[in-house]
Ligand binder design. Sequence first.
Ligand SMILES: NC(=O)c1ccc[n+]([C@@H]2O[C@H](COP(=O)([O-])OP(=O)(O)OC[C@H]3O[C@@H](n4cnc5c(N)ncnc54)[C@H](O)[C@@H]3O)[C@@H](O)[C@H]2O)c1
Length: 244
Amino acid sequence: MSLKAIVTGGGSGIGLAAATALAQRGMTVACLDLNPPGEPFIGIKADVTDDASVRAAVAEAAERLGGIDVVVNNAGIGAQGTIEDNPDSEWHKVFDVNVLGMVRVARAALPYLRRSEHAAIVNTCSIAATAGLPQRALYSTTKGAVLSLTLAMAADHIREGIRVNCVNPGTADTPWVGRLLDSSDDPEAERAALNARQPMGRLVSAEEVAAAIAYLASPEAGATTGTALAVDGGMQGLRLRPTN
Ligand SMILES: NC(=O)c1ccc[n+]([C@@H]2O[C@H](COP(=O)([O-])OP(=O)(O)OC[C@H]3O[C@@H](n4cnc5c(N)ncnc54)[C@H](O)[C@@H]3O)[C@@H](O)[C@H]2O)c1
C-alpha cells in the first residue's frame, strides 16, 4: 500500500519538488499551501499561521489520503537584515510561519502518524541554522529553532515509532531566491556572489533538496532520526583554499 504524505509550502520551490519526489517514490501527496497546486497532487489551501486552518487542512488531507504517514514541514518565509532592521512585529511574523507553523502542522498530524507503520517528519531547515550568514539574523534564528525542534521532537516521538529529521539546504535555485535576486540592485552580480559562496560554485537545485527529503521520509531511512542532512554544495563542512 502506498504511503501518504502531506507537504506544506508544496505549491512552489523546494516543497513542490519534494511533493514530486515523494510521488515518484509511489507516495500519494497532499500539498498544503496558501496557493496550493493542482493535479497530480491533492491541493489544500492552508495557512500555517492559523491553527484552525491547519487542523482543518490536516484532517481533510487525512480523509482524502486515507491516513498520513509522512509530514514534510517546508513552508517558510525569509527576512533580511541585522537585529536593528526588523521590528518586533516582523520577528513575531517570521517565527509564526517558520517555527510555530511546523509545530501546528506536526501537532495536528501526530494522531495519524501514531497509527502509521512508517511515520516520518522531515523539516526544511537551512544552512542558516549552522553557519553565521550576514544580514540574516531573524531568519537564521528561526532556522536554529527548527534544528532544535527537530532534535527535541525526534526524542519525544521515537518510542511512538515516529522519526523526525531535517534537511539543511544551502542557497537553492527557487522562486524565493529569484525574488531576492530581482530585488537587488545588480541581480547578475548577486547571483555570482551566491554561486561563489558555495564550494561547488553553483546554487543547489530544488530537486537535490527534494531527493534528500524523500530519502529521509522513506522507510529506507528507517534507522535515521534526529539528524540534519546538509544539501549545500559543501558550504557547511568544507574549507577550501582559494584557487588563485
Ligand atoms: N531557497 C533557498 O535558498 C532555501 C535555502 C534553505 C532553506 N530554504 C527553506 O526552504 C523552504 C521552502 O523555500 P522555497 O525556496 O521553496 O520558497 P518558495 O517561496 O518558492 O516556496 C514557499 C512556499 O511556502 C508557502 N507559504 C508561505 N507562507 C505560508 C503560510 N503561512 N502557510 C502556508 N504556506 C505558506 C508559499 O505559498 C510557497 O508556496 C523554506 O522553509 C525555506 O526557509 C530555502
